[in-house]
Design a protein around this ligand. Structure first.
Ligand code: 9WN
Length: 445
């Protein structure tokens, strides 16, 4: 791609982030998601770190200002100036401040993948003002520790010793086929099914979004959790959904490694974090690596069944540095083979689902399309494990995808057609990060 096109992409990505900046944090999209989302903010901070160290730090600090007393980082922090009619479920649904959430701000009660420590370390590494960066790390480190402690304390699944997601939204890959089996067991009460109006369909095509049936189940599970007062311990008996997700656990392991790096950077001992990461990695391999499918799969803690499907969630554990190289190689073979066709002319980005599955769908939410964040995670895994040729091909492919189709929420992996919301923050942020990496590697050649 010529340098004028690369500059155009950089300019477009910057303008998306500027337009979505709300003074202290960034919204994922002006059309669909008008509040602050947890893992979106982490990805956005990584992109912002190349543009403004202060804003990147503020993005994460704002999110962590909404941390609950028990350590959880909520998946949404609501902007009180936005009407509840703009997004469902709104703060009236979650009722966080009367159920253990902070009193200063309204939030949701569930969480999202723990990628924040990794984002904080990337922000620190890209910083120009080192004393400001150090102050930022010192401030956020105990909050990150308390966030991870919440997961280990409240969400540990006793059999696998991995952490549980209690809602498909907690995975960030809401509608992935990996959760289908677990969702089959969810009973929706009649009053819940009729209690809400979807707002998402006002903004995007219904063929791009989860079905009404799935949405009712999402609302039912969130209602059950809320009605327990978001108490992870008393909730155990009434749970209708409790799934061990490979990506969520891999990001926790990767972030524990990052916490180790942060601890060292601020003069503390990071051994405990490296040890936690090692244990999580060992448990991921032991319990969730499927030798036949050659990907990581999910475990349903309520039924004891495994969900044996090839999804992007099962490729992402290669981000963890401690992942044994023979496992990384097998996963990379799956990623580059016919099921995902990564880094080939046959697909754009990393498809969210097996291209050969009978229910693969090029446009349906997390059931086929490529997203920039999950593709970026696979790229980081390749790159950090020194699988440079494939990593570089994927990097070029991702840059060209966004340059061609724009900063959309997700893309058809076969045609590159854009889907979902336009001007999407993490697409813009991670495109910036990829462009900067390309520049840095060209500079070092
Ligand atoms: C529910 C904001 C979020 C992302 C998720 C993505 C989608 C919300 C929704 O949008 O989820 O949290 O309404 O569909 O699946 O990963 O964080 O961008």
């Amino acid at each position: 791609m010529n340098s004028a096109k690369l500059l155009d992409l950089m300019a477009e990505a910057k303008s998306v982030l500027e337009a979505n900046w709300r003074g202290k944090s960034t919204i994922p999209s002006r059309y669909l998601y008008p509040h602050q989302w947890s893992w979106d903010s982490a990805f956005t901070a990584i992109g912002l770190s190349h543009l403004s160290q202060q804003n990147a730090q503020l993005e994460l600090d704002t999110l962590f200002a909404a941390q609950w007393a028990d350590g959880r980082i909520p998946h949404i922090v609501f902007n009180p100036e936005v009407s509840p009619r703009e997004y469902f479920p709104s703060s009236d649904f979650w009722q966080s401040s009367s159920n253990g959430g902070p009193s200063s701000v309204e939030t949701s009660g569930i969480v999202q993948p723990p990628i924040h420590a990794r984002a904080a370390l990337d922000v620190f590494r890209n910083a120009r003002d080192l004393s400001l960066a150090n102050e930022f790390l010192v401030g956020i480190y105990p909050k990150l520790v308390s966030w991870h402690d919440y997961l280990f304390r409240n969400r540990l699944e006793p059999g696998t010793k991995l952490v549980l997601t209690l809602h498909p939204w907690e995975s960030g890959l809401d509608n992935s086929p990996l959760w289908d089996q677990a969702l089959e067991g969810v009973t929706v009460m009649a009053d819940v099914a009729t209690s809400f109006t979807r707002r998402d369909l006002q903004h995007v095509d219904k063929h791009d979004r989860p079905s009404d049936d799935d949405y009712s189940k999402f609302v039912q599970i969130a209602t059950d959790y809320r009605d327990s007062g978001y108490n992870d311990f008393t909730y155990v008996d009434s749970r209708q959904y409790a799934v061990v997700d490979p990506m969520f656990n891999a990001l926790l392991a990767w972030s524990e490694e990052a916490l180790g790096g942060i601890a060292t950077a601020i003069g503390l001992d990071g051994t405990v974090h490296m040890e936690r990461s090692r244990q999580l990695t060992e448990n991921l391999v032991r319990h969730l690596f499927d030798e036949e499918l050659e990907v990581f799969i999910a475990f349903d803690a309520l039924t004891g069944d495994f969900s044996r499907k090839r999804t992007v969630s099962g490729l992402i554990p290669i981000v963890v540095s401690a992942m044994p190289m023979h496992i990384v190689r097998k996963v990379v073979e799956t990623a580059t083979g016919e099921h995902f066709s990564v880094a080939s002319s046959k697909s754009w980005g990393v498809p969210s689902y097996d291209l050969l599955a009978s229910d693969f769908n090029v446009r349906l939410y997390w059931r086929g399309p490529s997203w920039l964040n999950t593709s970026w995670l696979v790229w980081r895994g390749l790159y950090d494990h020194g699988i440079t040729k494939i990593a570089d091909t994927l990097l070029e492919n991702l840059i060209e995808l966004v340059a061609r189709s724009g900063c959309y929420e997700y893309f058809d992996p076969i045609t590159a057609n854009p889907h979902g919301s336009k001007d999407f923050s993490w697409t813009a942020a991670l495109a910036i990060d990829l462009l900067e990496s390309k520049k840095a590697s060209a500079g070092s050649e």
